[in-house]
Ligand binder design. Structure first.
Ligand code: 5GP
Length: 193
């Protein structure tokens, strides 16, 4: 087991509805030493790529993406969730359905912070059905920028997002891939990587 899998087994809580709660160390309270390790691991995995910007989505991707951006020495931008239907032409927009809240949000990135020809590494905490990643990918492509890869902390491999995004030809690196989890027993099975 890698450092993250060990932590998931120790502190993750399997909830009903295919939800893993990791709020004691990843996305509510944050273990900063773990964040640093995650940032370094993504740098190791994507070190062969030219990266000029790290992109994530609010709120839970922000902390993680900040540590990744620090390793690459580049800015981090996060897509904001917006309720406004009157979005002006200064924004890239995508529609994203939230896995945890089951609602749809428009997410926006200002055109000032994503330029043509940039090399973008997309980071998020979870990959489930892939809506968040697809929204971020479409924003990068609307900017005529290049998706260098997608770095995911926890991929739920029993949901279809990872397969869809890889089949579209994008490189996805997940630090932990869960193949099964049981809310009754709490048992989590990881994919060998
Ligand atoms: P997707 O768009 O791939 O269906 O879901 C990814 C997004 O939903 C992530 O940004 C993450 O915030 C949230 N998410 C999906 N599954 C889980 C989960 O099991 N636990 C938590 N805490 N968040 C999740």
């Amino acid at each position: 087991m890698n450092f993250l899998e060990e932590r998931i087994v120790k502190d993750g809580i399997v909830k009903k509805g295919n939800v893993l709660k990791v709020d004691s160390f990843l996305n509510h309270q944050m273990d900063i030493a773990l964040m640093e390790e995650i940032g370094k691991e993504f740098k190791r995995r994507f070190g062969d790529r030219e990266v000029t910007k790290v992109l994530t989505i609010e709120a839970s991707g922000i902390g993680i993406a900040a540590f990744v951006a620090k390793e690459f020495g580049v800015p981090m931008v996060f897509a904001k969730k917006s309720k406004s239907i009157n979005i002006d032409g200064d924004m890239f927009v995508a529609e994203v359905e939230s896995f945890t809240h089951k609602n749809k949000n428009q997410v926006i990135v200002s055109k000032r912070f994503l330029s043509e020809g940039e090399h973008v590494l997309i980071i998020d905490d979870f990959l489930a059905n892939g809506c968040a990643l697809q929204g971020l990918i479409s924003i990068v492509e609307s900017a005529n920028a290049v998706v260098e890869g997608c770095g995911i902390v926890i991929e739920k491999g029993f949901q279809f997002g990872g397969r869809v995004i890889r089949n579209l030809g994008y490189r996805v690196e997940s630090l932990a891939i869960i193949d099964a989890m049981d809310s009754e027993t709490g048992i989590i099975t990881f994919r060998e990587q």
